[in-house]
Ligand binder design. Structure first.
Ligand SMILES: Nc1nc2c(ncn2[C@@H]2O[C@H](COP(=O)(O)OP(=O)(O)OP(=O)(O)O)[C@@H](O)[C@H]2O)c(=O)[nH]1
Ligand SMILES: C=C(OP(=O)(O)O)C(=O)O
Length: 235
């Protein structure tokens, strides 16, 4: 992590933005994931979950300042697709759900790069844009922990910790409040909708399509006839 730099004049320069981020993304086996999409997507739910992850990981890998992307999953087929994109796949250990998986992924990231800042990012952000993610990472204060709320404002899509601070993930229903109560600073930025628009329901997918999704989700959505902002009957 960078430290304040004393210039010859004696003035203290602000710390340079970190450019060595490790990102950890969790992925449930697609066949088990995104159950809230079932009323909308039926049998295509698992394919959509995989497409969301492929688009999220591809955008994360293309983000300036991101040095490595780790995906925590126990799904071998999804893991192979994500490895081919350039991600490092870590097994989903010790079991017991999302926060255990994230803590395990964070430990693996620290083993690879002990001094790098670390962020976890949901793998269901198919509209994710590298420039917006770069802005969010650049806004993380140089010390402590920080998070970004999801679009509805109840959950969290990104939780970051700088070196020396534990990630302490507290994802799940109402995680925005928990992360704030746990001392993480909320990042309040305009214009980063693609980092906040996680997709849990058909309505969410309609909003993501309106933002513009990555190629995997776009192709499958086109094939299935999904369009931006679907009418309420399809939600
Ligand atoms: N590795 C791992 N990832 C998980 C686990 N639970 C959730 N995730 C991932 O965490 C992110 C956020 O999870 P949710 O939005 O709750 O996704 P979900 O559990 O597939 O969705 P629902 O079935 O609708 O609750 C997604 O990228 C999930 O794939 C877990 O136990 N292990
Ligand atoms: C896991 C979370 O949310 P969701 O299940 O709604 O994606 C969260 O926001 O912490």
């Amino acid at each position: 992590m960078t430290q304040d730099t004393v210039r010859p004049s004696g003035a203290v320069a602000p710390p340079a933005p970190a450019s060595d981020w490790s990102l950890v993304l969790p992925l449930k086996p697609p066949a088990l994931a995104k159950t809230r999409l079932a009323p909308f997507a039926g049998a295509h739910r698992a394919d959509l979950a995989l497409c969301f992850a492929l688009d999220t990981v591809a955008a994360a890998l293309a983000t300036p300042g991101v040095a490595r992307v780790l995906v925590v999953t126990r799904d071998a087929a999804a893991g192979a697709r994500l490895t081919a994109l350039g991600a490092t796949v870590v097994g989903d250990e010790p079991g017991g759900g999302l926060n255990h998986a994230l803590a395990h992924g964070a430990a693996a990231a620290l083993a690879l790069a002990p001094h790098a800042p670390l962020a976890t990012l949901s793998a269901d952000l198919p509209a994710l844009r590298p420039a917006e993610l770069a802005r969010v990472l650049a806004a993380v204060p140089p010390t402590g922990r920080a998070f970004l709320a999801d679009t509805p404002g109840l959950g969290t899509t990104l939780l970051a910790c700088t070196p020396g601070n534990p990630l302490a993930p507290a994802f799940g229903d109402g995680s925005r409040e928990r992360h704030a109560a746990g001392g993480a600073r909320e990042l309040r930025l305009a214009g980063v909708d693609s980092v906040r628009r996680d997709v849990d329901t058909g309505a969410d997918l309609g909003e993501a399509l309106a933002l513009g999704v990555g190629p995997h989700t776009a192709a499958l959505s086109a094939r299935l006839g999904y369009s931006p902002a679907p009418p309420s009957g399809r939600r």
